[in-house]
Design a binder for this molecule. Structure first.
Ligand code: ADP
Ligand code: MG
Length: 332
């Protein structure tokens, strides 16, 4: 069967055995993907943190994207949710609805991408479901993580007087996607590669997120746009968040791409796919956060403050609100 496996698709059970089971070897509770369900043990005193994300061909990725990159982004986007909740990854489930154009080689490359990131982030496949579909390729990953009971970082909890922070740089992935869709620009090869890489391979901030437990009063990952995502915190915490536009951290590549910094800001604050952590914390943690940033080599930038109210505002140098047409991406 395997000798002519290059373009054909293996049967459902052969697929599970040959493509997915090797990814589950490190999880004793996965039973080699040969049972109906898996078990997942948690450290004493911990509770499970669960999150799921679906990706659809034509919406979240294109048919021609490299299968390994589709796989890694799907896993990383889920890990980013765990990071923002301060959780440690414990395992994940993969549901795949296989479109007619997919062959075994595609699935092998897809699994290689998963294997690479399993190694990088210390997580193992423990189960899933495999079906065919006449429609577009659809993937869904569910991640399981753990935190000491009661310590998951929430979106609620931002207080008047807290400061607003964000990790890494903002807007790179949005620019990367724009570059992929455009004819080309006079950007250097290095800047172009950097921005495109930030689109395909977001960096889930798991270590930073873990250390934010006991520091952050609210936290989420930036997937739809910095302003849009901070507005979720503002909503459920019943506070206003004022973001100082000049403080939003931008990569040199993004500034080169947009020409000047001021031009880059609005696009960056509303672009999706960053997968950085946006959070609030009392000002007494300012110093500690700088130390964490220095030790891990991950930027943690103070970009604003929490006040009384219930909205998010982007402020210019004089403290005046900047008008924002659309704060971020939505599907509907
Ligand atoms: P059932 O029919 O009882 O739902 P399946 O035959 O669908 O079980 O799956 C058998 C085993 O294979 C289960 O442990 C399931 O978690 C695993 N499995 C199926 N598809 C995948 C996949 N895409 N990734 C990981 N595990 C999978
Ligand atoms: Mg099933």
């Amino acid at each position: 069967m395997t000798s002519k496996a290059t373009s054909h698709l293996l049967s459902e059970f052969a697929l599970i055995d040959e493509i997915f089971a090797p990814l589950a070897l490190n999880a004793t509770g996965a039973f080699g993907l040969k049972d109906d369900a898996a078990t997942c043990a948690l450290p004493t005193g911990h509770e499970m943190v669960v999150s799921t994300d679906a990706l659809v061909e034509g919406v979240h990725f294109l048919r021609d994207d490299l299968p390994a990159l589709i796989a890694r982004k799907a896993l990383r986007a889920n890990l980013s949710d765990l990071a923002a909740k301060g959780a440690k990854p414990e395992g994940y489930l993969l549901t795949i609805s296989i479109a007619p154009w997919i062959d075994t080689n595609w699935l092998k490359a897809f699994a290689e991408g998963l294997a690479a990131d399993q190694n990088e982030f210390g997580i193992t496949l423990i189960g899933g479901d495999t079906t065919k579909t006449p429609g577009p390729l659809t993937l869904s990953i569910t991640v399981l993580g753990s935190v000491p009971r009661g310590s998951m970082l929430r979106r609620t909890g931002a207080h008047e007087g807290d400061l607003a922070f964000v990790t890494g740089t903002i807007g790179d992935a949005g620019a990367g996607l724009e570059i992929l869709k455009s004819e080309g620009s006079d950007l250097s090869e290095a800047d172009r590669d950097f921005l495109i890489r930030r689109y395909f391979l977001p960096e889930p901030r798991l270590i930073v997120g873990g250390l934010l437990k006991g520091i952050a009063t609210s936290s989420l990952d930036v997937s739809d746009g910095l302003l849009s995502d901070f507005s979720h915190i503002a909503d459920v915490s019943s506070v206003a968040i004022k973001i100082v536009s000049a403080r939003i951290p931008l990569s040199p590549a993004l500034v080169n791409y947009r020409g000047i910094r001021s031009k880059a800001i609005l696009g960056a604050a509303t672009a999706g796919d960053d997968y950085e952590i946006a959070f609030t914390a009392p000002s007494s943690f300012r110093q500690i956060l700088q130390e964490i940033s220095g030790e891990l080599g991950v930027a943690i930038t103070e970009i604003g403050r929490v006040e009384a109210g219930c909205t998010v505002a982007l402020l210019d140098e004089s403290g005046k609100g900047i008008k924002v047409e659309s704060p971020g991406f939505t599907h509907f």
